[in-house]
Design a protein around this ligand. Structure first.
Ligand code: NAD
Ligand code: ZN
Length: 361
C-alpha cells in the first residue's frame, strides 16, 4: 500500500511574509465574535515581534513556555484555557483558528490544541497513529527556528505520562504555513545549530534508509545540499532562507520515508533525561560512525565550524533501571530501526549494543 500523503494546503515564503498574516487570517474570519487564538513562544514577550502579531478585538493571545518540550498535560491545560475563554464570551463555542508562532515546540502545541478543541478527552488518548476522529480547527504554523520540519509534518510530538509519541493524523497537518526567514535571524547561534542539525540528520537518515524512494530522495538531496551550504560554507545572509527551505524539504523527505538510528536513541535520551530533540540527535549522531560513516564525518566538520561543544557524560551515574527503560524506549521505535537496518534489525540492534552506545554518551 502506498501512503496517501496529506500536505499543507497553503504556503507563503519570503522575508517579511509575516506581515501578510493579517490579510491571510482575514479570509478566515467569518464571525467577528469567534476570534482567533495565537500561541506565541514567550521568548518574544519583549521582542518587537510582539507588536506585529495581528491580534483583533475578540482574539486571545497566549504566551507559551517551551523550556521543556511539549507535554500532554500542557496541551490539555491550554485547551481548557481556550475553552474557558470561549465559554465566558458571547459568540460561537470555538475559535476560528489557532496560530502557532515559535520553534518546533510551539508549532506542535498549536497543532495539538487545534485538534483537542474538536476531539473529546485528553491528548494522551490520541498519542499514536490515526486515532483522531474529528477535523481540527483551522491552524497555522509560523516557524521562528528552522530544522525540525514540524511545519510540514503530520505529527505533533508530545511527552505523556508513559510515552513520548506524536499525535499522527492527516488532521494534524497545518492548513497554512508562513515561512519568513527574518523571524529566525535573532535565534541564538547554538540553538540555530542544534535545530539545523535535526534537519541534517533527517536527511542522512532518510537518504541512507531502506525505505528510500524517489520522492524522499528528491527532497532529501535538496535539503542536504542546503544544509551543506549553510553549515559548511556559511553563506550569510541567504543562509536563513536556505535553512528554512532545508527544513521544509527535509520534513517532506522523512514524511515519505522515515528517520533512523539517531532519532530512535535520541527519543530515549529525551524520555529519561529530558534532553531536547536537536541536542539529543547531535549527541547521539557523533557516536554513529558504524551506521552513517560519511554523514558523521561531515557532521563533525559542521560541529567544528560552529564552535559548539557537544554535551558529554550524560549517562554517567544513571541507574540501571533508568538505563533499561531508556533502551526500551529506543527499541520500541520499530519503524525507525527497520528503516535504518532492514527487516533483520532485531538481530543487529541488540539490547547490549544499544546499552553500549548509551554508555558512551
Ligand atoms: P524549540 O521550539 O523547542 O525552541 C528551542 C528554544 O529556542 C526555546 O527556548 C525557544 O524559546 C527558543 N526560540 C525559538 N525561536 C527563537 C527565536 N527566533 N529567537 C530566539 N529564541 C528562539 O526548538 P526546535 O528545535 O525548533 O523544536 C524542537 C521541538 O520540535 C521538540 O519538542 C521536538 O519534539 C519537536 N519536533 C517536532 C517535529 C514534528 O514533526 N512535529 C519534528 C521534529 C521535532
Ligand atoms: Zn528530528
Amino acid at each position: 500500500m502506498f501512503r496517501n500523503f496529506k500536505v499543507v494546503s497553503q504556503v507563503i515564503f519570503g522575508r517579511g511574509a509575516f506581515d501578510q498574516l493579517d490579510d491571510i487570517l482575514e479570509q478566515k474570519r467569518f464571525d467577528q465574535k469567534a476570534g482567533m487564538v495565537f500561541l506565541v513562544d514567550d521568548v518574544f514577550k519583549n521582542h518587537p515581534l510582539r507588536n506585529r502579531v495581528p491580534v483583533k478585538e475578540h482574539d486571545l493571545l497566549i504566551w507559551v513556555n517551551v523550556d521543556d518540550e511539549p507535554k500532554t498535560k500542557q496541551v490539555d491545560a491550554l485547551t481548557a484555557e481556550v475553552k474557558q475563554w470561549k465559554s465566558s464570551a458571547s459568540g460561537p463555542a470555538l475559535p476560528e483558528g489557532v496560530i502557532g508562532i515559535g520553534g518546533g515546540s510551539t508549532m506542535d502545541l498549536a497543532k495539538a490544541v487545534s485538534l483537542m478543541l474538536t476531539n473529546p478527552g485528553s491528548s494522551v488518548d490520541y498519542q499514536g497513529w490515526d486515532l483522531i476522529k474529528n477535523p481540527a480547527v483551522y491552524h497555522v504554523g509560523i516557524p521562528t527556528l528552522s530544522g525540525t520540519g514540524a511545519e510540514v509534518s503530520r505529527t505533533t510530538v508530545l511527552t505523556g505520562p508513559d510515552k513520548k509519541l506524536g499525535i499522527n493524523s492527516d488532521y494534524t497537518v497545518f492548513d497554512q504555513i508562513v515561512l519568513d526567514p527574518l523571524l529566525t535571524v535573532d535565534a541564538p547561534p547554538v540553538q540555530r545549530f542544534y535545530t539545523g542539525m535535526d534537519c541534517y540528520i533527517h536527511c542522512i537518515e532518510s537518504l541512507q534508509g531502506t525505505f528510500l524512494n524517489e520522492f524522499s530522495k528528491s527532497y532529501g538531496e535538496k535539503s542536504l545540499e542546503l544544509c551543506q551550504a549553510v553549515f559548511l560554507n556559511n553563506w550569510k545572509p541567504v543562509s536563513d532562507d536556505q535553512l528554512m527551505m532545508a527544513s521544509y524539504f527535509g520534513g517532506m523527505s522523512i514524511a515519505y520515508s522515515q528517520v533512523g538510528v539517531a532519532h530512535a536513541l535520541s527519543y530515549g535520551l529525551a524520555y529519561i533525561l529530558g534532553v531536547h530533540h536537536g541536542i539529543g540527535n547531535s549527541i547521539v549522531f557523533d557516536y554513529l560512525t558504524d551506521f552513517y560513516p560519511e554523514g558523521v564525518k561531515e557532521f563533525r566538520k559542521m560541529v567544528a565550524r560552529s564552535g559548539v561543544s557537544l554535551p558529554r557524560n550524560l549517562t554517567a551515574g544513571l541507574s540501571s533501571e533508568k538505563m533499561e527503560k531508556m533502551i526500551d524506549v529506543a527499541l520500541g521505535l520499530a519503524p525507525l530501526w527497520e528503516n535504518a537496518l532492514g527487516r533483520d534489525w532485531p538481530n543487529i540492534m541488540t539490547r547490549d549494543r544499544v546499552r553500549d552506545l548509551y554508555q558512551k554518551m
